[in-house]
Design a protein around this ligand. Sequence first.
Ligand code: HEM
Length: 319
Amino acid sequence: MSVAEEKASSKPLAEQIVDSLNAINGSHPGFRAVHAKGTVCSGSFTATAEAAKLCRAAHLQGEPVRATVRFSNASGDPKASDANPIVGRGIGVKFHLPGGEDTDIVAVPLAVFMVRTPEDFLAFTQARTPDPATGQPDTEKLGAFLAEHPETGAAIQAGLPKIAPTTSFATSDYNALHAFALVDDSGERHWGRYGWQPSAGVEYLTEEQIAAADRDYLQSEIRERLDSGPAHFTLEFTLAGEGDSLDDPTSPWEGEHQVVTLGELELTEVIENPETPEQPLVMDPLRLTDGIEPSEDKILVARPAAYSVSIARRTASAG
Ligand code: HEM
């Protein structure tokens, strides 16, 4: 092991992960390590009667709650094009609960995640990093990773058509990928996976539209859209069936499933200057509330530490 490798491997895993994301996307002071470019909106969420039956959480009782929503381009490069067909998008929804507490749902258009563990995430990100000399990733390293991890190739194949550029952030669907339990009034747990469905329908750009699209078209489109009226999504919860894995985000839940509509998100306006180094906006998939419980999914468990490294770096360098 070289001195540099030895030094890197003595760092906490979360730091190594963010270093590896920076190696792919570059370090951009003041920006998130991934999902660097985004637009923040405000609105409200109103739960259905079915949601209150499944879950005792405060935002699922039917009274509208305020919501802050960040749409993003998934790249760590804030100058990445929104029309890049292999970059993808994201949505972070923060529900503001009546007592002052918040709870978040963070989601992407992928059908399943690419890796099962944070160690695999690091190895896969490192294998994808372009060699500075050639500008290309080491195909041998990448090939070896994919050969050992068939779930990664399958997730990429299922995910690529889904992350293709949509006409709007409001015409994309998004999945939270991990399983969570909704706990009802009697304490019973209902396991499932969340998904956001756009009320305007899912709509992809054509090849010609991709070629003609502006770098920041998704950011400007959502502003124009909200200027002329609200945008809506429904929050769906796919209930786990027999044999569905609750802790493997690479595992598709195949076949017929019961899907419960938990509520409707209405977005009304863009928030200008939504965050400062002193008050960063943080979407945390483990910011839960009474009535919602996490699974033991190793990716879910690992995310907050990696996010904290990115948050510490972006707030330090922007200050
Ligand atoms: C081990 C796996 C993962 C790692 C290491 C990782 C890493 C990160 C990091 C470092 C950030 C920036 C945080 C910040 O500065 O606030 C981020 C943001 C984000 N991640 Fe992940 N992520 C992982 C898995 C996922 C998964 C499974 C999803 C979707 C279900 C996801 C969706 C997002 C979204 C939408 C954002 C932007 C949130 C915002 O707008 O503030 N990530 N991720």
